[in-house]
Ligand binder design. Structure first.
Ligand SMILES: [Zn+2]
Length: 466
């Protein structure tokens, strides 16, 4: 019996109260994207839930506790997905406001499924090496999810925003605890932020939707009031704003985080300078831009990681050809009839979003990786690996991508937890991924996971999912 098997057995005997203890990862290559450092033949000593030290060369075995052999392996901080939604499953029925399939599966059944699968979703993140996630908007129930995650071993750390403060309403999502709340006056905005503040949200989220009936300027007083009131409560504000002028207005008014790429126009120098001056964090969410169109037009391109580690029920639902044609909403019918147009629209979005990401990265803007998982076709957990592929297509280096999902993402996570994740340093949480192959050579190697460590507890990856 090799040592790792003994270790696993030891942990399972302690189960369900798995306990972190003193362990050392010996002889691996430590990759710390925060400062671009790659340390070969290093030892990471973990004491309880924290990293005690990172040392080079041979160590006194008496100080190491249980040793885990890592020669030839690569050790990274656990990944962070900074844009997900727990209230959405990623299946075909999860956004009736976008594609109403209530006649096939009532939305209340969908919500019940989501609520009964929280632990499944949490475990899938951990299986993918993701040790922290940020939910950037959902019902008040989100605060319950944060509580559940905090009390669950096989779960990432969770930061949450509450309901989205929006210029538009989404009645079809409102079963009593709506994820999106239409706010019409600055006073209403302040009152709503005060109500949110009682739940200690990690972020306040604004859904800044602009169309011909809702021009940028008309909602701006509400954006301003929301940000002022949130900042008065020391809460940062994340904004959904996908047009250049909407994003500019949000940042000018004090928003801290942009949760998507700008997709309508190339970003200009003034915008880049604004983000730099304000220390704005931007989360690109490239993967979600292809997934609605590809799902609806029956051209979904799930990666091997998604097919293996995504929830199988969610994935099975995404085949639109299984829905009786007379029950398909027009949006899906149109996409199915003209699949090339769907792909064309995705290409147009990437033709703007990818160069924009490269420009912001080159200018030194803090880019935090995120997927918008939970939206239709964007799979909780492994969607992050598709996001990395797209970041690579945009021209980011493997180290820049690793930075975006570790040290930079920790800044978006925020708070005391955010200050102790995303780096392999003394005193940081022992949230680590051990890989079989080098992600600096090829970013695709990030999913070649040998061992997962969360909060100082070691998991062979195949022990995580049922
Ligand atoms: Zn989102």
């Amino acid at each position: 019996m090799n040592f790792r098997v003994v270790l696993v057995l030891a942990f399972s005997l302690l189960s369900p109260a798995l306990r972190a203890e003193r362990i050392s990862l010996v002889g691996g290559t430590v990759i710390n994207p925060a400062d671009n450092k790659v340390l070969p033949n290093a030892t990471v000593v973990i004491d309880g839930d924290k990293i005690e030290r990172v040392a080079m060369g041979r160590q006194d075995a008496a100080t190491l506790g249980k040793q885990i052999e890592c020669v030839g392996k690569f050790i990274l901080p656990g990944y962070v997905d900074t844009h997900i939604h727990f209230f959405q499953s990623g299946d075909l029925f999860t956004r009736p406001d976008g594609a109403d399939l209530n006649s096939v599966r009532p939305y209340k059944d969908e919500v019940a499924w989501v609520k009964s699968h929280v632990n499944d979703v949490l475990a899938r993140y951990l299986r993918c090496g993701i040790t922290s996630v940020v939910d950037v908007g959902g019902p008040f129930w989100n605060f319950e999810v944060r509580k559940i995650a905090n009390a669950t071993q096989k779960a990432p750390r969770v930061a949450v925003a509450g309901p989205l403060i929006s210029s538009v309403s989404r009645e079809k999502l409102d079963l009593g605890d709506p994820p999106i709340v239409k706010i019409e006056t600055p006073d209403q905005a302040r009152e709503f932020v005060r109500k949110l503040a009682e739940q200690k949200p990690d972020l306040v989220k604004i859904w800044y939707i602009v169309d011909k009936d809702h021009p940028v300027e008309s909602f701006r007083p509400i954006v301003r009031a929301t940000i002022e009131e949130s900042h008065a409560h020391k809460i940062r504000v994340a904004v959904h704003a996908t047009e250049l002028e909407t994003a500019r207005a949000a940042i000018e008014d004090g928003a801290d985080v942009l949760v998507h790429s700008v997709t309508d126009k190339p970003v200009d120098e003034a915008f880049v300078k604004l983000l730099k001056d304000r220390h704005t964090i931007l989360c690109p969410t490239l993967v979600v831009f292809e997934r609605y169109g590809r799902t609806f037009s029956h051209q979904l391109n799930l990666t091997p990681e998604e097919k293996t580690w995504g929830n199988p029920e969610v994935i099975a639902s995404l085949d639109v050809t299984k829905i009786p044609p007379d029950k398909l909403p027009d949006r899906i019918k149109t996409a199915l009839a003209k699949p090339d147009e769907a792909l064309d629209r995705i290409k147009k979005t990437y033709d703007v979003a990818l160069p924009n990401l490269k420009k912001l990265e080159d200018a030194g803007i803090t880019i935090a990786a995120g997927t918008d998982a939970g939206n239709i076709g964007t799979i909780h957990g492994p969607a992050l690996f598709r996001e990395f592929q797209l970041m690579k297509e945009a021209g980011l280096t493997p180290m820049q991508i690793l930075q975006s999902t570790t040290a930079n993402a920790a800044k978006l996570f925020g708070g005391d937890t955010g200050a102790h994740i995303g780096k392999i340093e003394n005193g940081f949480f022992a949230d680590l991924v051990v890989l079989n192959s080098n992600p600096v050579d090829d970013i695709a190697n990030v999913s070649d996971i040998e061992t997962m460590i969360k909060n100082g507890v070691v998991y062979p990856p195949n022990s995580i999912l049922p």
